[in-house]
Design a protein around this ligand. Structure first.
Ligand SMILES: Nc1ncnc2c1ncn2[C@@H]1O[C@H](COP(=O)(O)OP(=O)(O)OP(=O)(O)O)[C@@H](O)[C@H]1O
Length: 252
């Protein structure tokens, strides 16, 4: 996958991966290795120069409707309250857009249910600027899930948060995933986050990115912060750190 024509930046090369229905996969790798590019390819936001992407058995030719997305900088529309921000995808993604007017109360109930799951009950009428960063990311997760996407793409969703809030949101995301079981692809620089959340971790090489290792995470769910202090947990994060360190050195 190349940006800017034949002489442009080669972001991904021979980057082949597959994810099972309902699986939670984390993608880690050196900075600039093409993780976000991978997300753009999978969601159909940027077509690969060569190769193909298949989601739910169909070749991706443009933006994929069954995807929910959340990024590091959760952009909530400042003139909409939290409930209305969460409901935004319903105005865009079919079949919900055509049904929204006639079934508004059902959809509002669904948004409230999601808000309950992430601990935002009572904040429906608050505007984004009245919420903390962590609360805005909770709202982003709800917005990413409101249209029941089969695939949830998360690109550093907690990257801008302090460690305590981040760890709290790992639990929130795990609960959401266990309740709804979407397929998740999480891009993260935080190796503890990857090990806490994922069933399987894919490690990328330096740019042009490809997959150089994968690791199945053995811990039963629900995982708790106590899990992160287990010797095995620490050993896996060390091992991932060494793999990424070697990938960075190979590139140097
Ligand atoms: N729209 C674009 N146009 C040109 N080059 C781009 C574009 N987007 C990304 N790149 C380049 O492609 C390469 C991979 O970028 P990408 O954002 O996918 O990496 P990343 O692994 O997500 O980075 P980071 O870990 O720092 O977030 C980088 O060299 C980047 O400069």
């Amino acid at each position: 996958m190349r940006y800017g024509g034949a002489e442009g930046t080669l972001a991904l090369k021979n980057a082949s991966m597959s994810v099972r229905d309902g699986e939670f996969v984390a993608v880690v790798g050196p900075s600039g290795c093409g993780k976000s590019t991978l997300m753009k390819a999978v969601t159909g936001l940027w077509p690969p120069t060569r190769g193909e992407v298949t989601v739910a058995g169909k070749a991706v030719k443009g933006p994929v409707g069954i995807v929910g997305m959340a990024f590091q900088n959760s952009v909530q529309l400042p003139w909409r309250n939290t409930l209305d921000n969460i409901m935004l995808p319903l105005e865009i993604v079919e079949p919900h857009a055509s049904r929204l007017h006639a079934h508004k109360s059902d959809y509002v109930a669904k948004a409230r249910e999601l808000m309950g799951l992430v601990g935002l009950t009572g904040f429906e009428k608050r505007y984004p600027w009245q919420l903390s960063g962590g609360m805005q990311q909770r709202a982003s997760l709800c917005r990413a899930l409101i249209h029941d996407p089969k695939l949830l793409m998360l690109d550093e969703p907690f990257g801008a948060l302090d460690m305590f809030t981040r760890e709290e949101l790992w639990g929130v995301l795990q609960d959401l995933w266990m309740a709804r079981k979407p397929t998740v692809i999480l891009v993260t620089h935080d190796l503890r986050e990857a090990v806490f959340l994922a069933d399987r971790i894919l490690v990328m090489s330096a740019r042009p990115g490809r997959f150089v290792a994968e690791y199945n995470v053995p811990f039963p769910r629900p995982r708790t912060l106590e899990t992160t202090y287990l010797p095995d947990f620490i050993e896996i994060t060390h091992m991932l750190r060494s793999l990424i360190q070697s990938a960075r050195q190979d590139a140097a």
